[in-house]
Design a protein around this ligand. Structure first.
Ligand SMILES: NC(=O)c1ccc[n+]([C@@H]2O[C@H](COP(=O)([O-])OP(=O)(O)OC[C@H]3O[C@@H](n4cnc5c(N)ncnc54)[C@H](O)[C@@H]3O)[C@@H](O)[C@H]2O)c1
Length: 400
């Protein structure tokens, strides 16, 4: 049985990867997390004793290589160092995105992988969805002619943005990745995958438009539980109280045995979204030109109702439109006038991409296939994001 250690037992490490790995027949053998209550909670799920649980990575790595593979799902600024240590020990690694926060580290990791027997798979879960595989299949079929343009929108949804990018871990960069990398890393990976050529030029505009103190309604207090404002779309009591308590995002608040009431009264997820302390963009657009002339435009925005991706692929002889959340695809053929409409299964987290990625990684660990999204193929998504952030901040057009 394939044995896997988990470094960072939060939402992604424990609730997503460890859960899917176990369901698909792997064994979770070691856990590392700096929060003792969370570590204990996850250890119970996997029937692990204290000897298999570690409060810090040093103690775990000191054991040498004790499992077939390692999942790294620590916060954004804690990916590179453990990945280098894991590669030095020969671990195959499932590495959460962002790969790193400094562009130069991409090359460091690539070099470390080249001198290791271990391989790094980056968690670009969208490539593993039935929906984006169907998009790719249309491109490969040639029915759109030659691809010229991509219009892609990442609709974050107002409440999801408030959860992750105002109140949550990704509210401030640094230490978190810039918004375009944190939220659209997968989408940039898709653009690169669809374009089929390396990116050469990037421009970008965007900023923090709404979630700032000067936008607060009159009379707002610093916590929703004491706030007199009515019908605020960001009322945490409504956002969390109205959702299933045993699934994300409520589980983020209640991890380690915290009650929802306590989390709203005292924790970051009960704070007013206008109280400050967040600095990442809430609306950003970018344009990328690829080496083969394909031009892609990406918009990522908090200010959307649905939490979904929508896209259009514009070819010389056809157009493909898609809505990921509903799994809807529509293809128009300019030559024949044919219109094809169909739906694909988009159920599950990330449209089924989470379980799809884990299944593909396990197949690699079992020697049945190549790594699903290898490090070398994942670098361009990050190069585009770093270039977009430079362009956004300096108002420049950046070479990639
Ligand atoms: N692939 C995706 O689609 C996707 C989606 C969401 C998040 N992410 C990325 O996954 C990573 C984890 O996100 P999350 O939502 O699980 O966050 P989280 O906060 O729920 O989990 C992070 C865990 O790491 C632990 N931790 C922090 N410092 C540590 C240390 N020094 N040693 C050991 N453990 C430590 C924390 O206690 C926590 O349990 C982030 O980098 C995030 O950007 C990826």
């Amino acid at each position: 049985m394939t044995s896997v250690a988990i470094l960072g037992c939060g939402n992604r490490g424990a609730d997503v990867y460890a859960r899917h790995l176990t369901a698909l027949g792997a064994s979770i053998t070691h856990l590392v997390d700096s929060r003792p209550a969370r570590l204990a909670e996850v250890a119970v799920r996997h029937g692990l004793g204290t000897g298999a649980c570690f409060a810090d990575a040093d103690a775990f790595f000191a054991l040498g290589r004790v499992a077939d593979a390692l999942v790294i799902a620590t916060p954004d600024d804690m990916h590179v160092e453990p990945c280098l240590r894991a590669l030095a020990l020969g671990y195959d690694v499932l590495l959460e995105k962002p790969i790193c926060l400094q562009e130069v580290e991409l090359e460091t990791l690539l070099a470390a992988e080249a001198s290791s027997s271990g391989r790094v798979t980056v968690c670009h879960v969208l490539r593993a969805t039935a929906f984006f595989r169907a998009v790719r299949a249309v491109l490969d079929s040639g029915r759109l002619g030659r691809l010229v343009g991509i219009q892609h929108a990442e609709n974050v949804a107002y409440w999801h943005y408030a959860h992750s990018f105002v109140r949550g871990n990704w509210r401030s960069s640094p230490p978190a990745a810039p918004f375009i990398l944190a939220k659209s890393g997968h989408d940039l990976d898709l653009l690169r995958w669809f374009a089929g050529a390396p990116p050469v030029r990037v421009s970008s505009e965007g900023g923090l438009h709404h979630f700032r103190p000067e936008e607060a309604p009159v009379g707002a207090s610093d916590r929703c539980v004491t706030c007199p404002v009515v019908a605020c779309p960001y009322d945490a009591r409504v956002i969390y109280g109205g959702r299933d308590p045993v699934v994300w995002p409520v589980t983020v608040l209640t991890a380690g045995g915290v009650t929802l009431a306590d989390a709203l009264a005292h924790g970051p997820y009960g704070r007013c979204v206008y109280s400050g302390g967040n600095n990442v963009a809430d609306h950003q657009a970018m344009t990328v030109t690829f080496a083969n002339g394909v031009i892609a435009q990406l918009t990522v925005s908090a200010l959307t109702h649905n939490n979904t991706r929508t896209l259009k692929l514009l070819g010389t002889h056809g157009e493909l439109r898609g809505q990921m959340e509903r799994g809807e695809l529509e293809r128009h053929d300019f030559r024949t006038g044919e219109v094809e409409r169909w739906t694909v299964d988009a159920a599950g987290n990330h449209g089924g991409g989470d379980v799809g990625l884990v299944a593909a990684w396990l197949a690699f660990l079992r020697g049945q296939s190549a790594p699903p999204t290898p490090l070398a193929e994942s670098l361009d998504s990050h190069r585009m994001a770093f270039a977009a952030e430079r362009a956004r901040l300096a108002g420049t057009v950046e070479r990639v």
